[in-house]
Write a protein that binds this ligand. Structure first.
Ligand code: SF4
Ligand code: SF4
Length: 416
């Protein structure tokens, strides 16, 4: 296993190995495809990005490549196609764009590549390729267009009504109307995984935190941005930031990995919206409370669990330890790691627009992760992203293993 002291967090990309991969050529992040054209050809087509290695041995890391079964679907192939496009040797076609959308942008491949510039920046051009595909009229995929168009009308990608967004809030949940801290719930939690919203709000109540939830909360824009529609996503971001500012918000807690990455990273770094608001993912907030002895657990949950790292807080943002620390602190919880964990975790297959546009690829990835979790003998897969949770619930058959969001376990353990 890679030792913690040998890795560092690289702003905007997540974890990288400092000893083996120095940042040889300093590049900017979030640029267009053209900007990266001179480094694309550094890819040696070695295929190392297909597999990872931990103490348990070699394992595969790329859902897109393992499902597509051609080099084009692995990072090496995507690099070659990107080079072909930027050097004028290839023309844009629907098929080329399709290959790039059959990728959950999980970034497991770039962890494995030992070419410094590719290791550190390939995530940038995987996104830049999508952005360019949209400009050329080859993206997003039709299913993605449908739900992202719905965001413009009803502020959520689930074809639901905006007015129903906060239906999950009951009179038991106490809010402080003037609080400068908000719980940003997100679309998946609001409409599909309401138990996560309820658990999070109840935890905040138990901890006597002054907070509020915007009745008019809107999608953070992640589904729009991740499908390459940058300009449209930026407008959503501007609306949200104006709203936060007008309401005097200083701190945001979210229980969604996608919202977290978008608010904390994409808004300031990609869209230049330096909102200055502190953004915390729920486990980070709970970890802080644990350190200050401000949490009292009242119940023993007596459960063997395994933890699934959501890509958007793991490889995208470098958050690996807070959820594990919180999980380990809950009485009666045993954490058994899956062989592929932390920076090498296998993606659940729901992100990057894959779940809507490429259902077979998406369930292929989910089923491989579920099998891996079952092999640990854990009773439940725990994650801290409602999209991962929903993906596991959809793909787990016959209750062969349970699945929970970390917030649900924290709440159960706190309740008196
Ligand atoms: S991206 Fe890196 S690991 Fe993958 S084929 Fe290219 S050089 Fe090899
Ligand atoms: S980002 Fe994930 S799915 Fe896409 S090529 Fe890399 S490992 Fe494969």
């Amino acid at each position: 296993m890679v030792k913690e002291e040998k890795i560092k967090f690289v702003d905007g990309k997540g974890i990288t190995r400092i000893e083996t991969v120095p940042d040889q050529q300093k590049l900017d992040r979030h640029k267009n495809l053209e900007y990266y054209k001179d480094i694309l050809y550094q890819c040696g087509k070695c295929g190392t990005c297909r597999t990872g290695y931990q103490e348990e041995g070699w394992f595969r890391v790329c859902p897109s490549g393992e499902f597509g079964k051609f080099e084009a679907y692995y990072l090496g192939g995507k690099n070659l196609i990107s080079w072909g496009i930027t050097s004028g040797r290839l023309d844009w076609t629907e098929n080329l764009a399709n290959i790039f959308y059959q990728c959950s942008v999980c970034l497991a491949c770039i962890q494995q590549c030992q070419i410094p510039e590719i290791h550190n920046y390939a995530g940038e051009w995987l996104m830049a390729f999508r952005e360019e595909a949209v400009k050329k009229g080859f993206g997003p995929m039709p299913e993605q267009k449908k739900y992202t168009d719905h965001i413009s009308k009803e502020h959520n990608p689930y074809m639901e009504k905006h007015k129903d967004r906060t239906n999950w809030i009951t009179s038991n949940i106490k809010q402080s109307p003037n609080a400068k801290l908000i719980y940003f719930v997100g679309c998946t939690t609001s409409y599909r995984e309401k138990s996560v919203a309820i658990a999070t709000a109840e935890i905040l109540n138990s901890l006597q935190i002054d907070f509020r939830i915007f009745k008019d909360e809107q999608c953070c824009g992640s589904p729009v941005y991740m499908t390459g529609q940058t300009e449209k996503a930026k407008k959503i971001a501007e609306t949200n930031v104006d709203f936060f500012k007008n309401e005097g918000i200083e701190k945001i807690i979210t229980s969604c990995a996608g919202c977290y990455r978008t608010l904390k990273e994409t808004y300031p770094k990609k869209f230049g919206l330096d909102h200055g608001i502190e953004i915390l993912h729920l486990p980070e907030f709970i970890q802080e409370k644990l350190k200050n002895n401000e949490i009292k657990f009242n119940n023993n949950l007596n459960m063997k669990t395994t933890y699934h790292d959501p890509c958007h807080i793991g490889r995208h943002m470098g958050i690996y330890e807070p959820p594990r620390e919180v999980l380990n602190s809950i009485p009666g919880i045993e954490l058994i790691e899956m062989p592929r964990n932390k920076q090498n975790a296998w993606c659940c297959g729901s992100g990057g627009g894959v779940r809507s546009a490429f259902k077979d690829l998406s369930s292929f990835a989910a089923n491989e992760r579920i099998e891996e979790a079952k092999e640990t003998t854990a009773e439940a897969i725990v994650s801290c992203c409602p999209f991962c949770l929903n993906q596991f619930k959809t793909n787990i058959k016959n209750d062969e293993i349970k699945t929970f969001d970390l917030s649900e376990l924290i709440n159960k353990a706190i309740k008196s």
